[in-house]
Design a protein. Structure first.
Length: 221
């Protein structure tokens, strides 16, 4: 347990510092949500029905930015080999990296999401729902992103490969998250959509450690 906590603190420090940390992701997120109204003409009546979908799409794209260095950095300097020989299993290593990615990037994005959604035309009263759903979805993005980063380990164009792998997997949370906002906008309960979103995150939490560890072993071999 002590070794796992040390590893988690290391990954959290690297996630905060590597590639600009959360500032790059949050800046990209806000830029996307500013550019869309400019491109669409800025009509609030036209933006409001699609504001939730745009916000979630921007959240998904922003979550990809710092994934390339999640495992590649450790593979290049030999740290991944030392970690694999340590007392922490590779499955827990993958979970630790995904958890650090969520805390360092996903949580700041979830805090930024209500501001972006209100900018797109959502009512300020929906800010808590936006933040809560983004917090859950960001955890799923981090888990799925860690799997994509592990699968792309050692590739010459890792960033492009990660995007190709994870973007299709990001479709369910984007649909469920945007659906929760749309249901709330129409006066319906967002709970069913949030339940599907949470179920998808649990599925990713079960699959990612084993699939990611297998991909790392394959890259090391």
């Amino acid at each position: 347990m002590k070794a796992l906590m040390i590893l988690f603190r290391r990954e959290l420090a690297l996630a905060w510092s590597g590639g600009g940390g959360p500032l790059l992701a949050c800046g990209f997120f806000l830029c996307l949500t500013v550019l869309v109204p400019l491109a669409a003409g800025g009509d609030p009546a036209g933006l409001k029905p699609v504001a939730g979908g745009i916000a979630w799409l921007a959240l998904a794209l922003s979550s990809i930015l710092s994934l390339e260095r999640l495992f590649e950095r450790d593979l290049e300097d030999g740290a991944l080999d030392l970690i694999a020989l340590g007392p922490v299993s590779l499955e827990l290593v993958v979970l630790a990296k995904a958890g650090a990615q969520w805390l360092a990037v996903g949580v700041p994005l979830a805090v930024t999401a209500p501001v972006a959604a209100i900018t797109l035309g959502l009512a300020p009263g929906q800010a808590p729902l936006v933040a809560a759903s983004a917090l859950i979805g960001a955890l799923g993005f981090a888990l799925t992103g860690a799997l994509g980063a592990a699968l792309a380990l050692g590739s010459k164009r890792g960033g492009l490969l990660i995007a190709v792998v994870v973007l299709p997997l990001f479709i369910p949370p984007v649909v469920f998250g945007a659906g929760a906002l749309e249901r709330a906008l129409n006066g319906l309960s967002p709970d069913p959509a949030l339940a599907f979103l949470a179920a998808w995150v649990l599925f990713a939490a079960v699959v990612t450690p084993f699939a990611g560890a297998a991909a790392i072993r394959n890259a090391q071999g």
